[in-house]
Design a protein. Structure first.
Length: 153
């Protein structure tokens, strides 16, 4: 019998606290967004649709060649996945590090998070991802709030 405490999170699910704090601040600011544990890591959803997912992964074992090319010496990385579309999806998945295209999902982008992550850019990307996944009424609220000249811009 294993006597390990049940509240200890396995290594692959340990998200750096600073990254998690940044992601929570953005993701939970959207209407009807909520956080929940995923099969690995943590995801944020609107209704039943995931718009962001963060997890620890060994990119050396990834099925995405672009992800394997960005591995650290240890191989473990913090990965954020989100949704994009159109020209932005093409630009992100063609840009190279820290972005890569996953081998699943037609509009899913992977991003390696590390000490050089530009959190303002992550906010913009997650706003778009939320709008891709949210019902039109909720997406319109977010777009109205983030347009230049709005009360919160």
């Amino acid at each position: 019998m294993d006597d390990a405490p049940t509240d200890v999170v396995p290594l692959d699910d340990e998200i750096p606290p600073d990254a998690l704090a940044h992601l929570r601040a953005v993701c939970l600011s959207f209407p009807d967004a909520y956080e929940e544990p995923a099969w690995t890591g943590i995801r944020w959803r609107v209704r039943t649709r995931t718009f962001a997912h963060v997890y620890r992964t060994d990119l050396t074992r990834s099925s995405a060649p672009a992800a394997r090319a960005m591995t650290t010496t240890a191989g473990l990385s913090t990965t954020l996945t989100f949704r994009s579309h159109g020209e932005e999806f093409e630009a992100l998945t063609s840009a190279g590090a820290p972005f890569f295209q996953l081998s699943w999902g037609a509009n899913v982008v992977g991003m390696r998070l590390d000490g050089t992550t530009a959190w303002d850019e992550v906010r913009e990307l997650l706003t778009e991802s939320y709008c891709v996944q949210a019902p039109k009424r909720l997406a319109a609220r977010v777009l109205t709030e983030t347009r230049p000249g709005s009360a919160e811009a």
